[in-house]
Design a protein around this ligand. Structure first.
Ligand code: ADP
Ligand code: MG
Length: 260
């Protein structure tokens, strides 16, 4: 790792991170760094390990080897065949409260209204007062353009609206880091823009974000960095314009020629 930026605690720092499922090695030595306030976009073919990497950051998976720090805390560290060092369950739970995740599928509670979806975690997990959680939910729903849908149920909303509720719900926990896993991939094309607009607004407000997406335009305009992953490794990373306009590796070129 370089030392020139060592004064700033990275939000995510991966040092040779490996992850295997049985004999299948999915992450084969990921190195990357996300600084506070940075928007990193991750591109790559299906099966390259993008979701697995996000899931490791969010403690949904445990790394098999290497070192992973999230918000300054060493989450997992295991030398090959050696002892595994892990954060305590309590610290993991605390970290998960600080990380928001938005999936391709919106995963809203179908039997709860939009407002109830947004206040669920702050009230249940953070023990916030209902009145205060509601007040904040209104502000967040206003921010994602859905103040008038508070009392609706998810099934009454379009996919784009549901995804915006999912973003508001994640923001209700006041995350330090937002992870997006192909947040617009399940949407009809005409609904993609409204979700990307909300994400662009978040980025402008300084949110630290890691976004797995195939939306090259978004990566170019909003991303501070772009990572191209293939077959469990970071093939290429850099400023989005550089990676998109002059990819250095054949694999990156081949992938970009398909999605551009
Ligand atoms: P991507 O998000 O880039 O499409 P994934 O991280 O979802 O890639 O998957 C990478 C590889 O890991 C795939 O081959 C997938 O089948 C495998 N994989 C992911 N999760 C599991 C799991 N829980 N058990 C076994 N294999 C898995
Ligand atoms: Mg995926």
């Amino acid at each position: 790792m370089s030392t020139d930026t060592a004064t700033k605690t990275p939000m995510v720092l991966a040092d040779n991170v490996h992850k295997s499922f049985g004999h299948l090695e999915v992450l084969k030595g990921i190195d990357l760094r996300v600084d506070p306030g940075e928007v990193m976009c991750i591109l790559g073919p299906s099966g390259s390990g993008k979701s697995t990497f996000l899931r490791c950051i969010n403690h949904l998976e445990k790394i098999s080897a290497g070192k992973l720090w999230v918000d300054g805390a060493l989450v997992g560290y295991q030398e090959r065949g050696g002892k595994l060092h892990e954060l305590s369950e309590k610290r993991i739970a605390a970290q998960r409260r600080d990380i928001g995740m938005v999936f391709q599928r919106f995963n809203l509670f179908p039997h709860k209204t939009v407002l109830a979806n947004v206040i669920e975690a702050p009230v249940q997990v953070k023990r916030e007062k209902k009145s205060e959680a509601r007040e904040r939910a209104r502000t967040l729903l206003d921010r994602v353009g859905l103040a008038d849908k508070m009392d609706n149920y998810p099934s009454q909303l379009s996919g784009g609206q549901q995804q915006r509720v999912a973003i508001a719900r994640a923001l209700a926990m006041r995350p330090k880091l937002m992870l997006f896993d192909e947040p617009t991939s399940a949407l009809d094309p005409e609904l993609v823009g409204e979700v990307l607009d909300v994400m662009r607004g978040l980025a402008q407000d300084g949110m630290t974000m890691v976004v797995v997406t195939h939306e090259i335009g978004f990566a170019r305009e909003v991303g501070d960095s772009l990572v191209f992953m293939d077959d469990g490794v970071v093939v290429e990373a850099g400023p989005p314009r550089d990676v998109i306009n002059s990819p250095q590796h054949a694999r990156t070129k081949a992938f970009l020629s398909k999605v551009l």
